[in-house]
Design a protein around this ligand. Structure first.
Ligand SMILES: [Zn+2]
Ligand SMILES: [Zn+2]
Length: 162
């Protein structure tokens, strides 16, 4: 008997989210939680970086709460729209992470200070990308939605599997 479509990971992003538990566990090996400081209120928070290069993933941020949203998909991020954040606001590739205390958006330039000071690879030449886009996804206080659901506006046929 042929396997039904939903058994194929490549079939739809819905199926991908089932894989999320395993992926998040492998992420834990790669991430090291470090301390950063808010440029607005001066309070500290914990953060880690996830390299998209190692996961074949891409990321964005919630426009309201600044939560990090990542997805592991072989899709052009420009062609997809993430579902809303668990806080109800939109996810945007142009949004920034926010301080967990004062909720102000953080600047990627301002974060360079603690990111490079803390980076184990700094002495070996590692430099922060100075942007919230790019290879590294910045995650504050473990506020990460991994393999968050997204849709491709022109290809909604697979939604039948929801
Ligand atoms: Zn703050
Ligand atoms: Zn949110």
């Amino acid at each position: 008997m042929a396997a039904p479509c939903w058994q194929w990971i490549a079939c739809s992003p819905v199926r991908k989210s089932v894989v999320a538990g395993r992926s998040t566990q492998s992420l834990a090996v790669m991430r090291e939680t470090l301390g950063g400081t808010c440029e607005h209120c001066g309070k500290g928070f914990r953060y880690y970086l996830v390299s998209n290069g190692m996961n074949g993933s891409f990321h964005a941020f919630c426009e309201r709460c600044g939560r990090t949203v990542m997805s592991e998909s072989y899709v052009d991020p420009k062609t997809i729209t993430f579902d809303p954040c668990i806080c109800g606001a939109a996810i945007s590739f142009g949004a920034s992470p926010r301080c967990p205390h004062c909720e102000q958006p953080l600047s990627a330039e301002g974060a360079t200070l603690f990111l490079e000071r803390n980076a184990p690879g700094y002495a070996g030449g590692w430099r922060w990308q100075r942007s919230w886009r790019g290879e590294y996804a910045f995650v504050i206080e473990d506020r990460l939605l991994y393999n968050h659901h997204w849709t491709k506006p022109k290809e909604r046929w697979w939604q039948v599997w929801k």
